[in-house]
Design a protein around this ligand. Sequence first.
Ligand SMILES: [Zn+2]
Length: 267
Amino acid sequence: MGTDIFTNTPITSLVHDKQLQDNKEEIINNNNMDQGSSLSDNLLLESSKDDSIAKNIDRQIDPKKPMVALTFDDGPHYEYTNKILDALEKYNGAATFFVLGSRAEKNKDIIKRIVQSGNQVGNHTYDHKQLTKLGSKEIINDLTKTSDIIQDITNIRPSLLRPPYGNINDNVKLYADAPLILWSIDTLDWKSRNKQKIVNAALKKVKNGDIILMHDIYKATALAAEVIIKELSSRGYQLVTIDELYEAKGMELSKGKVYAHAYGKTK
Ligand SMILES: [Zn+2]
């Protein structure tokens, strides 16, 4: 029995003002919308892993065992993302990093490490603009620019989008040209900045198929992630990327559809 994997309910706007303030210092002005570019029909191409820098990571995923997808937004951050990658490697886990193009282009080595250690990189826009406030061409330009930056570094074009604040409208669904990945557990790490609160939020109700939202730009999140990764592993959860999660569950990810978990099919 499959439950409906699509979430069509309105998404409450999450305004993390403080986080944005913090980010602003490092965000490069993005006024130069490329007016000359056509409406790309290949905005987020399928990954072409053949010529990617991803190594053959020997991670066996057992579809019968429980799994969780940790996701980290708004990075990469030199110190904290590396810390989280250390923890993932230690427990042979992987996660998905929804990165900002503006930060990716300044932290290429971390983007490379994310991919080389078997993790997935997704698009989280260039500098965290609210996509629902942009026109179709602006959406396309922003996401194309970000995907280009990631592809230049990794040779993999990101296939997933996490819209900032989880804000989605019909325009975003249409022009994202990618599955829209939300979450089923929000750790509210940006708000609490408290290691124990983040750990509790992640672990309290966690279950097979959950997608957990965190941000790899806070020290508290990096510290919490170490505990969360260790604890989930000891509870028998496999830590998987979004692509791995849906593949293992036998669920399709479709462009323009919204996903918040993978509870759908159980075996
Ligand atoms: Zn974000």
